[in-house]
Design a protein around this ligand. Structure first.
Ligand code: PMP
Length: 355
C-alpha cells in the first residue's frame, strides 16, 4: 500500500478515483463518457453549477462574491490579480513569504509599483513576518496563506481596509476561514480541491472594474463572471472530479470536521519530530503548516537512508523541495491519519536502528 505524501498534485480519496473512473466510461448513465460530452450539455452545466454551489456551501461564501473555475493555475492568477486590480498610479502591497509570493510579486510588477511590506527571505522563509504595516493607499494587499515549500502557514489574517488577496492554493478547504475577511481568494485545484487543470477563484464583485487598462477577455474576471465560468471550454474533467471530491468533504462533515482531523495529523507528526533526536523541524513553531510538514535530520548524511526506509514502508513523496532540503510530508485532506502513523513508525524504527 502506498502512503502518498506528495505536495501536489496529491492524494485524493479512493472513492473519488473510483467514481471518476466510472464517469470516464459511462457518465450518469448517459451511455457517454464525461470526456466526450459537450460542456454546454445540460448534464455538464449541472456539474458546473453544483461545483460552484458546493464551494459556496462548504466555505460559507457570502452574498456579493462570485465563484469561478478558471484555467492557468495559481500562476496565472499572479498576473490576473494585478491586471484586474492594480489601478494605474497606485501600488500593490505584498507579503513575501516564499517562492510563490515572489512569483506573484514579479508578475504584479508588470502592471505597476509593488511594495513588499515584510519578508522572511533572509531566513529562507522559515517564518511568517508579523508586526508590519500595510499602506492605506495600496490598491490591495496580497498574502499566501500556506507556503507549500517551507511549511509555514499564516493563521492570523491581517485586518486592513485595503482589499486582501490570498493565494490559498495549498490550504484551501483544510480549515475554517471567514471569506468576508478576503476580497479575492485563488487556488490551483491540485491539492484539496481536485485534480490539476482547474483554478478556483472567489472574488468580491465590487472590487472589479476599477482599472482602465485593456484586459484580454480570457484574463478578465468580469468576462468569466458574466460567462458563469463558461466563457470558453472549461476544464470539464477537473471540475467534475473537484465536485466529487468536495462532495466527499461534505459527507465527512465539511471543513469543521476535516480541520479537526488535519490538526490531529499535524500534531502527531510534529510531536514525533520534536521528540525524536534524529529529526528537527525547519519552520518556526508558531507558524508550522498543517498541510506541509518540513523537517531535516540532525545528521544530513542519514537522510538517504531514512528516505529509503520510508519508501520501503510505502511512504512516497516525502523528499523536501530542493530549496529547503530534507523532507516534506504533505498531509492534505485526503491523507488518512493511518498514513501519518506509518511515517511516524518509520521515524521511530530508524531512530531505534541508529541509536
Ligand atoms: N501558490 C502556491 C502556494 C503553490 O503551492 C503553488 C503550486 N504548488 C502555486 C502557487 C502555483 O500553482 P500552479 O502550479 O497551479 O500555477
Amino acid at each position: 500500500m502506498k502512503h502518498n505524501f506528495g505536495a501536489g498534485p496529491c492524494i485524493l480519496p479512493q472513492e473519488v478515483f473510483k467514481q471518476a473512473s466510472q464517469a470516464v466510461l459511462n457518465f450518469n448513465d448517459t451511455g457517454l463518457s464525461i470526456l466526450e460530452i459537450s460542456h454546454r450539455s445540460k448534464e455538464f452545466i449541472a456539474v458546473s453549477e453544483d461545483a460552484i454551489k458546493i464551494v459556496k456551501e462548504l466555505m460559507n461564501v457570502p452574498e456579493g462574491y462570485s465563484v469561478l473555475f478558471l484555467q492557468g493555475g495559481a500562476s496565472l492568477q499572479f498576473a490576473m490579480v494585478a491586471m484586474n486590480l492594480l489601478q494605474e498610479g497606485k501600488k500593490a502591497a505584498y507579503l513575501e513569504t516564499g517562492v510563490w509570493a515572489k512569483k506573484a510579486i514579479k508578475e504584479a510588477k508588470l502592471f505597476g509599483e509593488v511594495e513588499i511590506v515584510a519578508s522572511s527571505k533572509d531566513a529562507n522563509f522559515n517564518f511568517i513576518p508579523k508586526g508590519y504595516s500595510i499602506p492605506e493607499d495600496a490598491a490591495y494587499f496580497h498574502i499566501t496563506s500556506n507556503n507549500t515549500i517551507y511549511g509555514t502557514e499564516l493563521f492570523d489574517i491581517p485586518k486592513t481596509n485595503v482589499p486582501v488577496i490570498c493565494d490559498m492554493s495549498s490550504d484551501i478547504f483544510s480549515r475554517d476561514i471567514n471569506v468576508a475577511d478576503f476580497d479575492l481568494i485563488y487556488a490551483g485545484a491540485q491539492k484539496n480541491i481536485g485534480p490539476a487543470g482547474a483554478t478556483l477563484v472567489i472574488v468580491k464583485d465590487e472590487i472589479l472594474g476599477k482599472v482602465n487598462r485593456t484586459i484580454p477577455s480570457m484574463l478578465d474576471y468580469k468576462v468569466h463572471i458574466e460567462g458563469e465560468s463558461m466563457y470558453n471550454t472549461p476544464p470539464v474533467f477537473s471540475i467534475y472530479v473537484s465536485l466529487l471530491n468536495l462532495k466527499w468533504l461534505k459527507s465527512k462533515g465539511g471543513i469543521a470536521a476535516i480541520e479537526k482531523e488535519n490538526i490531529a495529523k499535524a500534531d502527531a507528526l510534529y510531536q514525533e519530530i520534536d521528540r525524536n533526536p534524529f529529526f528537527k523541524g525547519t519552520a518556526a513553531v508558531e507558524d508550522r503548516s498543517r498541510m506541509n510538514v518540513c523537517f531535516v535530520m540532525e545528521n544530513p548524511e542519514l537522510e538517504k537512508d531514512f528516505l529509503k526506509l520510508a519508501e520501503e514502508k510505502g511512504c512516497i513523496g516525502i523528499k523536501g523541495h530542493r530549496s529547503v532540503g530534507g523532507f516534506r510530508a504533505s498531509i492534505y485532506n485526503a491523507l488518512p491519519i493511518t498514513s501519518v502513523h506509518v511515517l511516524i513508525e518509520a521515524m521511530q524504527e530508524f531512530a531505534e536502528k541508529h541509536k
